[in-house]
Design a protein around this ligand. Structure first.
Ligand SMILES: [Zn+2]
Length: 184
């Protein structure tokens, strides 16, 4: 029940820019170096969703063709699943990671992507979607989050547009490696 409420909140946060624009973003070129993050906090539940061009994470956006590229993809998925590589949450908030979902555009052979690639090499774009779900023991201490590890571990990220909803307060900030801190 609590998690489902959180999910509802989360969709409200996202409806402004993410889901509504997913379609058009896939058709129009996204911008490499930029990505979006949404954070929803509802009592002890925290959901964090990252949408990023595959280019930021892998340096390419086509199906891995060589062994090296396949290795890069596998490594990237592993690193995305390790939250220490992505963000810092105050320890005193006692947040435990409940699940991570990494949706890679290349996890299964997609006919449409394939088709795209053959027809329009340059136009083909692809994106990752990563969802982190936490449960926090002391949300009074959940006052901030820092995304510096993401910028440090994935140098392809230059700008991160973050929207969050915490205690019914909605706000937004654009982050970079030197400005990677959010206060809720
Ligand atoms: Zn792209």
């Amino acid at each position: 029940m609590k998690m489902s409420q959180c999910l509802i909140v989360f969709f409200i946060v996202f409806s402004g820019f993410s889901y509504a624009e997913t379609e058009s973003r896939q058709q129009n070129a996204h911008q490499h170096g930029k990505a979006e993050l949404a954070i929803a906090i509802s009592k002890e539940d925290v959901i964090i969703e990252l949408h990023s061009p595959a280019h930021n994470i892998l340096g390419f956006e086509h199906q891995p063709k060589t062994e090296k590229q396949q290795q890069l993809l596998a490594n990237a998925i592993t690193r995305l699943k390790t939250t220490d590589n992505i963000l810092i949450i105050p320890k005193s908030a006692q947040c435990k990671l409940k699940s991570v979902e990494v949706e890679s555009p290349f996890s299964h052979k997609n006919d449409e992507i394939h088709h795209h690639e053959e027809e329009a090499h340059e136009e083909a774009h692809s994106e990752f979607e990563v969802i982190y779900q936490y449960q926090c023991g002391d949300n009074k201490h959940l006052t901030n989050v820092n995304l510096k590890p993401l910028f440090e571990n994935f140098p392809g990220f230059e700008q991160l547009d973050v929207q969050w909803l915490s205690n019914n307060k909605q706000s937004a900030k654009t982050l970079s490696i030197n400005n990677s801190h959010i206060d809720f």
